[in-house]
Design a protein around this ligand. Structure first.
Ligand code: HPA
Length: 262
């Protein structure tokens, strides 16, 4: 079965909903199992993966990122759109706003972050000059412009280990490094996707001002509430972006397309 496109849903995004004929698949990979839902949107066959599990039972540092990406590659996926809930490091970027991320900073600590673990004496250093697929970002931008949705095109995501939120001192340091938003899941997801030759873009939804910028303590509930308010539009944007994406991949994400993860 070939399913060429996938959505990875973050916090609050557990159901594909507007897909039809959905079936659940458990895909076995050499890194473990991944649970996917596969169905149709219009004429396109899509896979949906809930990053935190279908009931938000998997914390960011326990997600099996390698199994998830390997499973998508195994069923034929070439393009992935992912959502992430993020805290904002900028007072001009407020809860409810959307950012098409174009850079990341990796501040994670204890994750399996590569498919190239030196097996068979192979050492691979992957280029990350452009960490997110240009063609996917541009298509998403086009669809958002057509619908007159306000968004920021380009932004730097800093990924922390979690599951705790950051201290205000960390947030001040991260802002000084040039980060715009903070989350706990986009690395290694984005890096593994690139290693696997998948096109990958990340639409970040600002759910709160980051620690120290927010007048209140941070809670998971406020994150989920903002996601709930925006989930329908994100779902529709993703479906439309994948549906309207040109068949031909004009980016460079695929340059190791024949690399199989088993
Ligand atoms: N920090 C880290 N992860 C997050 C945040 C935050 O403020 N908001 C949503 N995910």
């Amino acid at each position: 079965m070939e399913v060429e496109m996938a959505i990875i849903g973050g916090t609050g995004f557990y159901q594909p909903e507007i897909m039809e004929g959905t079936e659940e698949l458990v895909i076995d990979t050499k890194y473990g199992e991944a649970v996917l839902q596969v169905g149709y949107y219009r004429d396109r066959k899509l896979a949906f993966l809930a990053r935190h599990g279908r009931h938000h039972g998997i914390p960011p540092h326990k997600i099996n990122y390698r199994a998830n990406i390997a499973a998508l590659q195994k069923i034929g996926v070439k393009r992935v759109l992912a959502t992430t809930a993020v805290g904002s490091l900028r007072k001009d970027l407020l809860p409810g706003e959307l950012v098409i991320i174009d850079q990341f900073i990796d501040f994670t600590k204890f994750r399996y972050h590569t498919f190239y673990d030196g097996e068979g004496g192979t050492v691979v250093h992957t280029d990350f000059t452009e960490p997110y697929c240009r063609q996917s970002r541009e298509q998403l931008k086009l669809v958002m412009e057509e619908r007159e949705i306000t968004f920021t095109y380009g932004g730097t995501y800093i990924c922390t280990e979690g599951p705790r939120y950051e201290t205000p001192a960390e947030i001040r340091a991260f802002a000084g490094w040039g980060a715009d938003v903070v989350g706990m899941t986009n690395v290694p997801e984005a890096t593994l996707a690139r290693e696997a030759g998948l096109c990958y873009a990340n639409l970040a939804l600002v759910t709160n001002l980051a620690a120290g910028l927010s007048p209140d303590l941070l809670t998971h509930k406020e994150v989920v509430d903002i996601v709930n308010d925006n989930i329908n539009i994100i779902r529709e944007l993703f479906m439309e972006t994948l549906r309207s994406m040109p068949e031909e991949r004009t980016c460079l994400c695929w340059y190791k397309e024949d690399f199989s993860l088993g």
